[in-house]
Design a protein around this ligand. Structure first.
Ligand SMILES: Cc1cc2nc3c(=O)[nH]c(=O)nc-3n(C[C@H](O)[C@H](O)[C@H](O)COP(=O)(O)OP(=O)(O)OC[C@H]3O[C@@H](n4cnc5c(N)ncnc54)[C@H](O)[C@@H]3O)c2cc1C
Length: 428
């Protein structure tokens, strides 16, 4: 297929906004269509903020079935299964269970890591491009690394063993004693004194930042490159003629283009269904809490608390904690008990946040999750000019800009992108 002159991108989260920008950089006329008013208001709105190349292992692993059973029925369970009368859920769960093996987890680490490293490179390039355009890219990034803390020394040793693969692939992670954890991040002093930290793994090259601010900035940056943004416009159908995508249908009328990219997060499934194609993307609900950063002793380093199953990132004057994973369908109701348990976990590790509890803002979102923990990126089989860039699950921020750049090259440069073949839909 020759390079398209015009492309529609559906969805303006991290993935769609970056894809639109990358296509526009390659001289394509892009229309970015978003059902909500602006960019980054879906799952990309209030995530954990971690750009965690050193933690690209899929969620599915040998310990997960046991953890789900152990926590079954508990309101504050970090992992929860809510069975539905939905064959899609059962098919997904079946595939997911097949992936709960150490070898399956290890298999997806190298391809995920390659895209995560591409994200790092693309973020640096965007920062340069935006500065040159006189509008610095500000998403409250902190380049202070990510520290994983463990309460249990065995869990730390297991994690260190697992991280050896990432280290062999070129990213160093350092094992730290409890005192070294607190020296690196003084906000953890009280947890260390209570004997709550058995040690840590520190990835100094990782970083964190606000994905909502980023998505918004990329949509704005795209406009500078000529991207047309259509907000409050839900795509109802992809238009196909003679086996080729020719545009999309919206309540406001049809929009035409030479190619279409679906970056609609958990809604990708509905847009692909009319073609008889299963996306293998299912929602994994998560919660976050955002509050003012406690003055004087807020963390600078992003933290993953492996015992409490939360991540914590400093975003400017705010602090965000995120966690919880529930396989329970598309319901976006915020359950106060589940939301509060993220706050409780944050308070457990950083007691200095307790006085700020009253100012906490709670949020929940649906991670677009595939069973194997890697996104689906590439052409849609059987429909020329139709592409997908979705299903980034727990890693959308970490893999987003890299996915966008690789897909834009595949669409525009007419050269094979070997980096993308492990992400094609055909793998399922
Ligand atoms: C609690 C939580 C914590 C997380 N923490 C991290 C983290 O620390 N690091 C990390 O890497 N990842 C994290 N993630 C995952 C990451 O946030 C997601 O993978 C990412 O936001 C997905 O981006 P997206 O662009 O695919 O989806 P979305 O942000 O949901 O964007 C899709 C967009 O498509 C639009 N849309 C849908 N259907 C249509 C339609 N028919 N027409 C037009 N528009 C449509 C939606 O309105 C939406 O804006 C976390 C997720 C959660 C929930």
């Amino acid at each position: 297929m020759k390079a398209p002159r015009s492309v529609i991108v559906i969805g303006a989260g991290i993935i769609g906004a970056s894809t639109a920008y990358e296509l526009a950089l390659r001289g394509v006329k892009v229309t970015l269509i978003e059902a909500r008013e602006g960019a980054g208001l879906g799952t990309s709105y209030a995530n954990g903020g971690q750009l965690s190349a050193c933690e690209v292992a899929p969620w599915a692993g040998p310990e997960i079935p046991g953890l789900v059973l152990r926590w079954f029925g508990r309101d504050d369970a970090p992992f929860r299964l809510r069975p539905k009368m939905d064959p899609e859920q059962w098919l997904w769960l079946f595939r997911f269970l097949l992936r709960c093996r150490a070898s399956a987890r290890a298999e997806r680490i190298p391809p995920n890591l390659e895209i995560a490293l591409l994200t790092r490179a693309r973020l640096a390039a965007y920062e340069r491009d935006f500065a040159a355009a006189g509008s610095p890219l500000d998403f409250q990034r902190k380049e202070k690394g990510i520290l994983r803390i463990f309460r249990d020394a065995h869990a730390l040793t297991d994690a260190e063993r697992e991280s050896a693969l990432i280290t062999r692939l070129g990213l160093e992670q350092k094992r730290l004693s409890p005192a070294e954890c607190a020296a690196l991040e003084p906000a953890l002093a009280s947890a260390m004194q209570r004997g709550d930290i058995a040690g840590g793994l520190y990835a100094s090259s990782d970083s964190s930042g606000d994905a909502h601010l980023f998505s918004r900035a990329m949509a704005e940056g795209g406009k500078r490159l000529g991207v047309t943004f259509l907000g409050n416009t839900g795509v109802t159908r992809i238009l196909v003629e003679g086996g080729k995508a020719i545009g999309v249908e919206t309540p406001q009328g049809a929009v035409e283009a030479d190619a279409v990219v679906i970056a609609a997060g958990t809604e990708t499934r509905a847009l692909l269904a009319p073609f008889g194609i299963r996306s293998w993307i299912y929602p994994l609900k998560g919660y976050s809490v955002t509050l003012p950063a406690p003055e004087g002793n807020a963390p600078e380093v992003s933290i993953t608390d492996e015992a409490r199953k939360i991540v914590i990132s400093r975003l400017g004057h705010r602090l965000r904690a995120a966690g919880q994973a529930e396989v329970g369908g598309y319901d976006l109701t915020l359950e106060p008990g589940r939301a509060r348990s993220v706050m409780d976990a944050l308070e457990g590790v950083l007691p200095q946040t307790a006085p700020l509890r009253g100012e906490a803002e709670y949020w929940c979102g649906l991670r677009p999750m595939t069973p194997d923990g890697s996104p689906v990126i590439g052409p849609v089989p059987g429909v020329a000019g139709l592409f997908v860039n979705s299903g980034h699950g727990t890693l959308g921020w970490t893999l987003g800009p890299g996915s966008a750049a690789a897909l834009a090259s595949l669409i525009c440069d007419a050269t094979p992108q070997p980096v993308l073949s492990p992400f094609f839909l055909q793998r399922f």
